[in-house]
Design a protein around this ligand. Structure first.
Ligand SMILES: O=c1ccn([C@H]2C[C@H](O)[C@@H](COP(=O)(O)OP(=O)(O)OP(=O)(O)O)O2)c(=O)[nH]1
Ligand SMILES: [Mg+2]
Length: 148
């Protein structure tokens, strides 16, 4: 039975992409790697492809966080602080649910992220809904797909 987990995006199949794994038996975070080698200029924000989509139950969310070592070692932080990956992002018609890491280079030099380098971590969590919530829209993409 499929409950929650990760799959490789169709366009990245056979490109040596591994699904995210946890580093230790009790780690909360699944480490995501860059699916391509990307250069980020000083002060620039770039969407780094992970080649991964995530499925989960209704009422669950996948949060993307910085790895604690990444700011000091790479000079990169998540520009959106925390990435919120909705369950209805999976297999959406625009981009199949491709998860991107929105990285900001906080150094004064160009930073190279190498394919296969672990850059962020994802944590699955349940979330709560407010009273009288009648949201019924259908997600067709991400990154502003529901309007500004
Ligand atoms: O770091 C991130 C943040 C979001 N997403 C994807 C998954 C998420 O389900 C979707 C929408 O994210 P969010 O709701 O945070 O952004 P938005 O600007 O409100 O876009 P939308 O209008 O598409 O909801 O974009 C990522 O791949 N990486
Ligand atoms: Mg949104």
């Amino acid at each position: 039975m499929k409950t929650r987990g990760f799959e490789v995006i169709t366009a990245y199949k056979d490109k040596g992409i591994e699904t995210p794994v946890r580093g230790t038996a009790h780690a909360a975070g699944y480490d995501f790697a860059a699916a391509e080698t990307v250069e980020i200029a000083p002060g620039e924000i770039k969407l780094i492809p992970t080649g991964i989509k995530a499925y989960m139950q209704t009422g669950e969310v996948l949060y993307l966080y910085d790895r604690s070592s990444t700011p000091r070692k790479k000079g990169l932080v998540l520009a959106n602080s925390v990435g919120v990956i909705d369950s209805d992002y999976y297999d959406n018609p625009n981009n199949e649910g491709h998860i991107f890491s929105q990285c900001l280079n906080i150094t004064d030099k160009t930073v190279t992220v190498t394919k296969g380098e672990r850059i962020i971590q994802g944590v699955f969590m349940p979330f709560l809904i407010a009273d009288d919530d009648d949201a019924s829209g259908v997600r067709v993409g991400g990154f502003g797909s529901t309007g500004s």
